[in-house]
Each structure stands twice: as structure tokens, then as C-alpha cells.
Design a protein around this ligand. Sequence first.
Ligand SMILES: Nc1ncnc2c1ncn2[C@@H]1O[C@H](COP(=O)(O)OP(=O)(O)O)[C@@H](O)[C@H]1O
Ligand SMILES: [Mg+2]
Length: 271
Amino acid sequence: MKISVCGKGGSGKSTIVTLLANEARIRGYRILVVDSDESNSGLFRMLGFDQPPVPLMELVGGKRKVQRSLRDGFSSGDSGEGIRVMRQDSIKVDDIPAKHIMTKDKLQLVCVGKILQSLEGCACPMGVLSREFLKKLSLEKNEIVVVDMEAGVEHFGRGVETSIDSVLIVVEPSFESLQLAERIHSLSAGIGIKNIRAILNKVPSDEIASKLESELVKRGIDTIGCIHHDTEIFHSCLEGLSLTNGSAGEEIRDVFDSLISSNTLGYYSND
Ligand SMILES: Nc1ncnc2c1ncn2[C@@H]1O[C@H](COP(=O)(O)OP(=O)(O)O)[C@@H](O)[C@H]1O
Ligand SMILES: [Mg+2]
């Protein structure tokens, strides 16, 4: 199962990814987190790693090479290790070279690439690399991939979601977040994804949760669950520590159950 977590910047995508990853690990799944947000770099800390993995972009020789290889289908006579990996029709988690994947028992992290300097050029090659990597990534039954997407909707334009089974749209209590959810929903549906649901985050009260849910219903979007504002999450983020949670830990359990059961019921279109 490949799950993409999307939404507005700051809505809590990385937080939701981390909560889901921790829950999946507790349940005995092998979980691979794919950091596909080229602008923010703190996900590794939230997940409890001391350093990020070397980006996949470096594995394949940098942005220019990716653009060239993509044009030629990763088969342009280049014999670099990364290109060899990407040239395979399917990539297993164990094929990823060790320095490009961080591992803590059943929790693993890869990172597509980061924009570290100004004038570094556009992020298109990163989007394309994410798309190709996710498409080729082949999973065993007990493996789950959760993708931490960049904010906004540009990744849809780059086709990153083409091999995704389930889209989770993080919605915080703001009009902008609701509007963006509507766009994400229509773009996801447009590429044939059937399992698209909103997850409410940073919700201050049940009253606000109901209001958000009914606003989403008006926009044709189902809600999978609600994570209330959680002071422990707020503090661990403020201090750059691995994510600890209070009430959110229980709330994510129901969300996870719902994700798994819709998968077991064969809800997914891309299997
Ligand atoms: N459930 C929550 N309760 C309290 N604060 C939260 C919660 N989720 C996110 N936050 C706060 O919002 C900030 C942004 O969250 P983050 O997951 O980094 O967003 P994104 O990845 O969408 O940019 C965090 O630094 C944290 O302070
Ligand atoms: Mg983030």
C-alpha cells in the first residue's frame, strides 16, 4: 500500500506521516517513509533519526543527469550504481543502497532531494524522480510506503501520484486549507485514485471538527479522522525533537485501522 500525504504548508503533513509511520511500526508492518518535500528538512528528526539519508537525487547523479536519464528512460549507457537501480523494472526496499536509507528496526526513511541553495533551479527533476521511484517500488504484503509530499499541488502536475493507492489530505482549521483540499481531491480523482480522504489536524474542539467535516462534505470529500491540537506534538516540534504525542497517538490508531481495512476490502484501484 502506497499512501501520499498532501496539503497546505504547515498543515501537519510531516506530523501525520510520522504518526502513521510510528503506528504502522507498532503494528508490525515494515514502513518506508519517502520524504518528497524538497523544501523542508526536519522529517528525519521527527522520526527519531540523528541524520537524514543521502538523497536519492545523489544516487542517480544529480538533477542534470536525472533530466537526461529521464529523457532516455534511465538507459543511456550510464553505468552508475544509482542509474542501475533506477533502470530495474521494479525496485525492492532492500535494493536501496545503505547510505540512501535510514533504518530503525522496521521504520525506514529515504529522501528524494532538497533544495539547499538559492538559484538552484526548479524542482521538476525531484518530482520526476519521486514519480519514477514510487512507480518502480514494489512492496511485499507487510510493507507500507508513506510519502511526505511537498506543500500545494505542483506534484500532481509532475505525476508523482500515478502509482499511489491512497491520498490523505491534511486539513487544518482554515479556509485556505479547505480550498486546497478541494483542488487536491479533484486532481487525485482526475488521475483515477479512488481512496482520497481528508484527515483533520490541529483541531481545537469537537465543534470545529464537525464544522470542518461538514465543509468537506459540501466539497464531496470524506473525512477519515481527526487529530486534535496536541501540546506534546507542538513542543517536540518546537524543540526539534523526535515526535512525541499525547491524544494524537490514540486518534491515529482509528485512522490507521480505516486505511488498512479499505485496503483489505480491495478498495484500491492501483493494485
Ligand atoms: N496535531 C498537532 N497539534 C499541535 N501542533 C501541531 C499538530 N500538527 C502540527 N503541529 C504544529 O504545526 C507545525 C507544522 O507541522 P508540520 O507537520 O511540519 O507541517 P507540514 O509538514 O505540513 O509543513 C509543527 O511544527 C507543529 O508545531
Ligand atoms: Mg513537512
